[in-house]
Design a protein around this ligand. Structure first.
Ligand code: ADP
Length: 341
C-alpha cells in the first residue's frame, strides 16, 4: 500500500541546508497499523507530509495507494487526497461549522449530492460515536469529541490510507485510549491502512503492528512491535521501550529493592507473547529448593500479544540457585541476573 525507496528531504534555509529525512526505506502493507516514533526534530512530520504530497522529496520515490506522490501534479494531488486522509494533533476543524457540516465538508468538495452527503454523514457520526452532537460547534466539544469529528471527516471519502499526525498528543490519557480504540476498530472494520507518527511509546504499544524508530532523519530500527519491545537494539529504542516497561518510579523501586537483597540472586524475567501464559513460576517453586520472592512485575498488552517483565529474588543453596537459573533459561522467557551485591 505504501512504499518509500531511498527517500530524502532537504530544506534550504538562510542558515544552510537541513536534511529532515535521510534515505528512508519503508514498506507498509494494506490493513496494517504502522507507527513511526521519534523525539521532536527527528523528521516525523516531514516524512508524513511526503506521504500525502504536502511536501515533495528531494530524492527517492514515494508510492501511496498506487500513486507516485513524488511525481504527482496539483490536480492529481487533489484526487489522491481522497484516498490518503489525515488527522491532526490540533484537529484542524472549521470553527464556524457544526459537527455534521465539518464531517460533510470533504464530500461537498468532492461534489457529492446533498441527499447522499447527509446519509454518509449520518453513517460516519454513528461510526465514531457522536450521535446527539450533530449540531454542536467544535467549541462546544471535548478534545476527544473534536478528534472524533476529525476522524469522521477523514473517513468521509472512504480513503485507503489514514495518516495520523500526533493525533492523541493533545488529549488526556483516558481520552487517548478511547481514540486509539476507535482507530483499531476502524482499522479492523474497514481494513484501513494507518500510518501514525508519535513521540509516545504507549501509542505504538497499544495499536501498532509494526514500528519504525526515527532519529536525525533516519529510520534506525524497524520491526514488529512485540519483537522491538523484546529486543530493542539501538539506545534510542531502548529508551522508548523503557517508557512503557520501566517507568521512572518503578525503576527506583527496583533499585531500592535490589539493594535490600545482599544474598541470593535477583533475576529479571521477560515474557513475550505466548510465554506470559506459562506457569513458569509455579514450576520453579515446585521443582527447586529455592525461596522465590516477587519484587515487581508488569504485563503489557500489545496488538500482537502480551509482553511483560517480572523481577524475582531467589534464595537458596548455590547449586540449587544454579539449577533454578538453568531451568528458567530453558523456558520461553528471557532471563537476566541482576547484580545485587
Ligand atoms: P519532527 O516531526 O520529528 O519533530 P520535523 O520533520 O518537524 O520533525 O523536523 C525535522 C527537521 O527539519 C528539524 O530540524 C526542523 O527544524 C526541520 N524542518 C522541518 N520543516 C522545515 C521547513 N519547512 N523548513 C526548514 N526546516 C524545516
Amino acid at each position: 500500500m505504501i512504499k518509500l525507496s531511498e527517500v530524502s528531504k532537504t530544506y534550504s534555509t538562510k542558515t544552510g541546508n537541513i536534511t529532515a529525512v535521510d534515505n528512508v526505506n519503508i514498506q507498509v502493507d494494506k490493513g496494517e497499523i504502522y507507527g513511526i516514533i521519534g523525539y521532536s526534530g527527528a523528521g516525523k512530520s516531514s516524512l508524513i507530509r511526503l506521504l500525502n504530497g504536502l511536501e515533495k522529496p528531494t530524492g527517492g520515490t514515494v508510492e501511496v495507494a498506487g500513486k507516485r506522490m513524488d511525481q504527482i501534479g496539483e490536480s492529481g494531488l487533489r484526487k489522491a487526497r481522497q484516498q490518503i486522509s489525515m488527522i491532526f494533533q490540533h484537529f484542524n476543524l472549521l470553527w464556524s461549522r457544526t459537527v455534521s457540516e465539518n464531517i460533510g465538508f470533504p464530500l461537498e468538495i468532492a461534489g457529492v449530492p446533498k441527499a447522499k452527503r447527509l446519509q454518509r454523514v449520518k453513517e460516519l457520526i454513528n461510526l465514531v460515536g457522536l450521535e446527539g452532537r450533530e449540531n454542536a460547534y467544535p467549541s462546544q466539544l471535548s478534545g476527544g469529541q473534536k478528534q472524533r469529528v476529525g476522524i469522521a471527516r477523514a473517513l468521509a471519502n472512504n480513503p485507503q490510507v489514514l495518516l495520523c499526525d500526533e493525533a492523541t498528543s493533545a488529549l488526556d490519557p483516558q481520552t487517548t485510549d478511547s481514540i486509539l480504540d476507535l482507530l483499531v476498530d476502524i482499522n479492523k472494520r474497514l481494513g484501513l491502512t494507518i500510518v501514525l507518527i508519535t513521540h509516545e511509546m504507549h501509542v505504538i504499544r497499544k495499536i501498532c503492528h509494526r514500528v519504525a524508530v526515527m532519529e536525525n532523519g533516519r529510520i534506525v530500527e524497524e520491526g514488529k512491535v512485540l519483537q522491538v519491545f523484546q529486543r530493542p537494539e539501538q539506545p534510542i529504542t531502548k529508551r522508548f521501550v523503557q517508557q512503557i516497561t520501566e517507568p521512572e518510579d518503578a525503576k527506583e523501586t527496583i533499585d531500592l529493592l535490589i539493594k535490600q537483597y545482599q544474598t541470593g540472586k535477583v533475576v529479571q524475567l521477560t515474557f513475550v507473547g505466548d510465554s506470559t501464559g506459562q506457569p513458569v513460576i509455579n514450576e520453579l517453586i515446585r521443582e527447586h529448593q529455592v525461596n522465590v520472592n516477587i519484587l515487581h512485575g508488569k504485563i503489557t498488552q500489545t496488538q500482537s500479544g502480551a509482553y511483560g517483565t517480572l523481577f524475582l529474588h531467589l534464595e537458596g543453596e548455590d547449586s540449587e540457585l544454579n539449577h533454578a537459573l538453568v531451568f528458567l533459561k530453558q523456558q520461553k522467557v528471557e532471563v537476566e541476573v541482576i547484580p545485587n551485591a
